[in-house]
Design a protein around this ligand. Structure first.
Ligand code: SF4
Length: 363
């Protein structure tokens, strides 16, 4: 078995650690790029959302690199994500791609027995003992927690760095070094080294940078190609960025759902404006916005793909929060036609607005 899976931010590092630890060949597809999007746009139905198109392109590129099986996640949720699994099967057939699909669905949708059967297919391909496989799983979790911590800290502290570009460089080197490791223990050591190095970068605590929270549809905020590398751009502008939704958050949230103990603070914060789940991460989007204002962030940027139903609901609620709390919020919609120049101009205009508000407060 040669596995691959579509990109979702840093999850490829955890997947690599997991499958290397299990002794299963894992092919990391090329990082999401124009070609992947073009492949997706060519075969996928026009009305399907951007994440499907890029993920489809990733799978095809992984297949061309030698993978015979792809892992995808599924859901029966109310938005288009519920159609992804069937659509992947049909569209791959249409593209002449003869790859097996393993769909990892939530147990509440397919039952624990069926989930274990699907995971069992992967486990059977491993020559490692049960204990070694469980260790591989724990190491993968360690990897995702570490990289999320390093990325979150670097992006936030970028606004305070004395020498511009240091945190960005550290983050790039960290991902590059971790990606080269074929041994999960080595990968953890590399990540821990970079985590320690975060402390060696000089920061000026007296600085008062603009602080922005990124919220929105989970795929577009996690996959840098889908959001036109917004976090890198903000780092270049010297902005401190916070993002509550990360892969490690997602794992913790999914694990706590059966106990109804997931994301309690976000749920509480969203209660006044959106007390129900409407699919996707719309409720988290609202909760995160309310929390961002409470935590003295200067503004919020919502990012979502064109036609994303849950985020359209959230977008309709955000102006009310903005008005009630006198809090700046900007929504950015992305699709395959989004132009880099217009996108950057909107971000710059928003930063300008935040800077002027801040200056007024100081005067
Ligand atoms: S949340 Fe939005 S972008 Fe994601 S699958 Fe659902 S409709 Fe598509």
């Amino acid at each position: 078995m040669k596995l691959t899976m579509p990109h979702l931010g840093n999850t490829y590092l955890a997947a690599k650690a997991l499958f290397d630890g299990m002794g299963i060949d894992f092919i990391v597809p090329e990082f999401s790029n124009r070609e992947a999007l073009e492949i997706g746009s060519k075969y996928a139905p026009d009305e399907i959302c951007l994440p499907f198109k890029i993920m489809f392109g990733n799978i095809i590129q992984g297949y061309k690199a030698g993978a015979d099986t792809a892992i995808i996640t599924g859901s029966c949720g109310p938005c288009r994500y519920g159609e992804y699994c069937e659509l992947f099967k049909n569209t791959l057939k249409k593209a002449g791609c003869n790859i097996n699909l393993i769909v990892v669905d939530q147990p509440k949708d397919i039952g624990i027995k069926e989930l274990l059967r699907r995971i069992g297919k992967i486990s059977e391909a491993s020559n490692k003992s049960r204990n070694e496989q469980i260790r591989a799983l724990f190491n993968a979790y360690k990897v995702i927690k570490l990289i999320d911590y390093i990325e979150g800290t670097a992006r936030y502290l970028a606004g305070y760095e004395v020498e511009k570009g240091q945190f960005k460089k550290l983050l790039q080197n960290c991902k590059k070094d971790a990606g080269k490791c074929d041994d999960p223990i080595k990968m953890i050591e590399v990540l821990e080294k970079h985590k320690r190095n975060l402390k060696h970068i000089k920061i000026d605590k007296d600085k008062d940078p603009i602080r922005i929270a990124i919220i929105g549809e989970i795929y577009t905020i996690l996959e840098p190609f889908a959001n036109l590398y917004i976090e890198d751009k903000l780092m270049d502008y010297g902005i401190s960025v916070k993002k509550g939704i990360t892969p490690s958050w997602w794992i913790k949230d999914a694990a706590l759902v059966p106990l109804k103990a997931n994301s309690i603070s976000i749920r509480r914060a969203s209660k006044e404006y959106l007390p129900l789940y409407v699919g996707g991460h719309a409720r988290e989007c609202i909760g995160e916005t309310v929390l961002a204002e409470k935590n003295n962030m200067d503004g919020v940027i919502q990012i979502f793909p064109l036609g994303c139903m849950p985020e359209i609901v959230a977008k309709a609620i955000l102006p009310q929060i903005s008005k009630d709390k006198n809090f700046p919020i900007m929504s950015l919609v992305v699709d395959e036609m989004t132009g880099e120049a217009g996108y950057a101009t909107r971000i710059e205009a928003f930063i300008d607005l935040l800077e002027r508000r801040k200056e007024k407060c100081i005067i």
